[in-house]
Design a protein around this ligand. Structure first.
Ligand code: ACO
Ligand code: ZN
Length: 439
């Protein structure tokens, strides 16, 4: 099961604060709602003094931005500068939601009556045989539910430990101020920063707005470096070779990691090509999103990482980028598949794309068609076709073999559920030579 949320919390510059949402706080958090009787208040204070400050690993309910209480786990804590000597704020993970919603909260958002602490005795994980605390084991079980099944327990633990607290809370990019979702390993000199200012064209990042303003006066880029390989009205795609534009490639990876959870940051950008989607106007070509692609992939990956920047999400650009990656595969006369693991949003976008493309063909096709033929027509890898059709229950076992059942009414129902595609990728507007042939 994956939990999807509405996380596009973006504000145009100058409108509203985008940092991790925290209320004004007093040094002493208010008592829970009560009829105000003295004994009850005393009991509350006694309980509070025994459990505060909360330990990392504590489970408790926390008031979220929807005004309701949700179960959280305390991931980290830190003393709050303006509070009393024992006043902490807590970095919490909402166990029902994706990690991108983890945030710092104040004590008055927590319902101390619901506190549950984990005992740290070691238990054995049956899958891995590793000894771990009950708390760690629950963490792994939970994360697996969130769709990270493909990471083994050890690498998952390592990943969680290093990335548990988001470092940069907001970025400025072009006309947008954007709340970030995950940790990104910026160089150590940025350790103290909670906000970064990006040049929207060369993607250099700075600690202060004035530095960015000075930079913008001398930066001569008005679009990503590299070749414009596609243009359709105001939409453009640029191909950037990580070897020729190393700094740009690295900057893009730092930026993208803020919105990608289980992806390793590749410093070795030489091995990748970056396809950057832009909306163009008279001020320049503004980055909307991108995908990266290994120059050579033994696993037939045609896409490594995909991102639509939050202000541009849910407009069909993700579908456009996915369609574009298959268009490149068709030109290479290869089948392709995205690198795993897929995020919750990545899986939804791919499932939608595969469903639409395959069912459109099945609807129009007369006579028999095999998975291999579907794969040849679409450049979608056979395994992905099979899992998509299986998940839609369109594969049946009849007379000793698997057949695709394409009842037009069922196809229409699934197609409707899969939603619309993004902007069309016009194959004729793609001016591109595959990497191998370029070299
Ligand atoms: N809630 C529910 N469904 C969603 C959401 C959401 N917040 N976001 C996307 N979807 C689903 C919907 O089905 C949507 O179609 P619909 O709008 O017709 O209902 C579909 O995904 C795709 O929508 P698009 O508008 O085409 O995609 P978008 O431009 O928003 O980009 C992407 C999708 C790239 C996955 C984006 O969410 C993103 O950048 N996420 C963060 C990075 C990430 O997770 N990347 C994938 C990692 S896996 C990998 O890189 C191989
Ligand atoms: Zn610049």
């Amino acid at each position: 099961m994956v939990s999807i949320d509405n996380t596009n919390s973006t504000t145009a510059n100058g409108h509203g604060a985008a940092a991790a949402a925290v209320d004004d706080m007093s040094t002493d958090p208010p008592a829970p709602e009560s009829n105000g009787s003295q004994p009850e208040f005393d009991a509350y204070r006694r309980r509070k003094s025994t459990i505060l400050p909360l330990e990392v690993g504590t489970r408790v309910n926390c008031r979220w931005r929807d005004g309701k209480y949700h179960p959280v786990k305390v991931i980290e804590r830190r003393k709050h500068f303006s509070g009393g000597s024992n006043y902490y704020e807590y970095y919490v993970h909402y166990t029902e939601f994706n990690r991108r919603l983890d945030e710092w909260v104040h004590l008055d958002q927590l319902d101390l009556g619901s506190v549950e602490t984990d005992v740290d005795d070691k238990v054995e994980d049956k899958v891995t045989g590793l000894k771990m605390t009950r708390h760690q084991k629950r963490k792994i079980d939970e994360t697996h539910i969130e769709g990270h099944e493909e990471l083994d327990a050890a690498s998952l633990r390592e990943h969680e430990e290093f990335t548990k607290v988001k470092n940069i809370a907001t970025i400025e990019l072009g006309k947008y101020e954007i709340e970030t979702w995950y940790f990104s390993p910026f160089p150590p000199e940025y350790n103290e920063c909670t906000k970064l200012f990006f040049c929207e064209f060369c993607l250099n990042f700075m600690k202060r707005k004035e530095q960015l303003q000075r930079h913008m006066k001398k930066c001569d880029l008005k679009h990503p470096p590299g070749d414009e390989i596609y243009r359709d009205k105001t939409l453009s795609m640029f191909e950037v070779d990580g070897k020729k534009n190393k700094i740009y490639g690295q900057n893009l990876c730092y930026l993208a990691k803020l919105f990608l959870d289980h992806k390793t940051l590749y410093y070795d950008v030489d091995l990748f090509l970056f396809y950057v989607l832009c909306e163009c106007d008279d001020r320049g070509c503004h980055m909307v999103g991108y995908f990266s692609k290994e120059k050579q992939s033994e696993e037939s990956y045609n896409l490594a990482c995909i991102l639509t920047l939050p202000p541009y999400q849910r407009k069909g650009y993700g579908k456009f980028l996915i369609a574009f990656s298959y268009e490149l595969s068709k030109k290479e006369a290869k089948v392709g598949t995205p690198e795993r693991p897929l995020s919750d949003l990545g899986l939804l976008s791919y499932r939608g794309y595969w469903t639409r493309v395959l069912l459109d063909i099945l609807k129009k096709h007369k006579g028999n068609i095999s998975i291999k033929e579907l794969s040849d027509m679409t450049a979608i890898k056979a395994e992905d076709i099979l899992t998509t059709l299986q998940s839609l229950e369109l594969i049946q076992y009849r007379k000793g073999q698997h057949v695709i059942c394409a009842d037009p009414k069922v196809l229409d129902r699934h197609l409707k559920a899969a939603g619309r595609g993004g902007p069309d990728v016009e194959g004729s507007k793609l001016i591109w030579t595959p990497y191998k042939e370029q070299n």
